[in-house]
Ligand binder design. Sequence first.
Ligand code: ADP
Ligand code: MG
Length: 259
Amino acid sequence: MGKALAIFNQKGGVGKTTTNINLSACLALRGKKVLVMDIDPQGNTTSGLGISKKNLESTSYELLVDDKLNPLKTVLRTSVENLDIIPASVDLAGAEIELVQLEGREKRLKRAIGKLRAYYDYIFIDCPPSLGLLTINALTAVDCVLVPIQCEFYALEGVSQLVSTIDLVRRSLNPDLYIEGVILSMFDGRTNLSHQVVQEVKKYFGDRLYSTVIPRNVRLAEAPSYGLPITTYDPRSAGAKAYQRFAEEFLNAEVKHGD
Ligand SMILES: Nc1ncnc2c1ncn2[C@@H]1O[C@H](COP(=O)(O)OP(=O)(O)O)[C@@H](O)[C@H]1O
Ligand SMILES: [Mg+2]
């Protein structure tokens, strides 16, 4: 049975989508069967993996609102072997409101994920930058959370809210939810600020913080416009090497957690 993770931070622009695409691609290259699910109305994971958002028949939106839909029908192949995707559609923007009236509104993804686990080693859900019903559905459906934090002055701002959201979901909807790990992104080794952020986040999260940090690397920012993960777009770039190291650490840390 596969493990499901939400890539979660209610702040936008911290590296959720970049981490989703590239960690998934690195794990797929190592032979893991990986599914990414895009539930962000912006659909950056979808376009970043080269899937056109036009004319998609069934997406994560249909999966959320139609509980009779077979989840496997929403899965598409990507250009990367072992890496599949459930794409996002712009309709997701209205889903927050539509979901309110539906039965079991927080648990609609959980049902779908339950049916998909048998086919994958890992399922990653790319969350939107908000704390609405889409995010609550993701946190209710998964085993654990992966938190990207950007190396910036306000890095820890919002982290206590993030942790209390996880606590809230744990108390009410998903008692076993835990934080798998925290990954720092957009690190710039030339600035004191980046080093200070590492120390602060380390103090807050202890050994939940991965020792790999993802550097700021322009190739990582370029790759999505070609619809490619960094491992295909520029496998020799610093960004590709960092995500490869991260994938390795991610797998080793999982063994240490004992699951
Ligand atoms: N390590 C990095 N180096 C350079 N640019 C990055 C890096 N990580 C993300 N970016 C860029 O920063 C922006 C925000 O990243 P993104 O992954 O989309 O964040 P989020 O999904 O949290 O909103 C995007 O334009 C992305 O290409
Ligand atoms: Mg995103």
